[in-house]
Design a protein around this ligand. Structure first.
Ligand SMILES: [Zn+2]
Length: 228
């Protein structure tokens, strides 16, 4: 090989190595951010939560459905609704705390709900053991700030639908949801919604084995709402 050809090859190799190095540095910096995945990553992986500046100093209340009050729905094999809501509430509280929010997990009929003040309040429930599938969320039908709470719902529907992979089950939104007792106890300025995570019957697999994804979806919905 001619000497000049060798030189050119050397330069090309050096340039290639530099490009690979620059690309891998960029990828490792952005790689763990939400929304980016390595081609070989598990598509079902839940990324860790990073601090979110807009959320710092904000407070979020989470009612772990039925906790400290009753079991909620109970399936034939003994699986209780409150086991699901408590597990998801704990994971959700972790994520929101990592994002920078001040989080309180509340029991059902918690005494602190009277006049409760927060930047957002969500009550987590799961639907009955019947063979149906889907999630839904609602605000009070007597809301004093419907525009704000509808924004909360829009954020929640988008994020939870995407992360949970579940579809909406809107025709089963009941008065139990739109007239949820806590809506009438809390400070009227606290934006509040209630979420039915899915049916314990048809969505049991997701509700019991992908609680990290469910918490991720709820968390992203709340962060979207708090971002403004
Ligand atoms: Zn319930």
């Amino acid at each position: 090989m001619r000497r000049s050809t060798v030189k050119r090859l050397e330069r090309t190799m050096l340039l290639l190595m530099f490009l690979v190095l620059a690309l891998s540095t960029w990828l490792s910096w952005h790689g763990s951010a939400d929304g980016f995945a390595w081609p070989w990553d598990d598509a079902a992986r839940v990324p860790r939560q990073r601090p979110v500046r807009a959320v710092s100093g904000k407070t979020v209340g989470i009612i772990a459905g039925h906790m400290g009050y009753d079991s909620g729905a109970v399936c034939e094999d003994g699986l209780q609704e409150t086991q699901i809501t408590q597990a998801v509430a704990r994971l959700l509280a972790e994520r929101l705390t990592q994002a920078g929010a001040t989080v309180e997990v509340l029991a059902e009929k918690d005494a602190r709900l009277h006049g409760y003040r927060a930047d957002a309040l969500i009550s987590l429930h799961a639907d009955s053991c019947i063979d149906a599938s889907g999630y839904k969320a609602a605000r009070s039908d007597r809301s004093t700030q419907p525009l704000l709470e509808d924004k909360f719902l829009r954020c929640l529907y988008r994020a939870y639908g995407e992360k949970s992979g579940l579809s909406q089950h809107l025709n089963s939104i009941s008065h139990d949801m739109t007239q949820y007792y806590a809506f009438n106890q809390i400070d009227p300025a606290t934006p509040a919604v209630i979420l039915e995570l899915g049916f314990i019957g048809g969505d049991r697999q997701v509700l019991t084995t992908r609680q990290d994804r469910l918490a991720w979806g709820v968390s992203e919905g709340i962060l979207c709402f708090l971002a403004d």
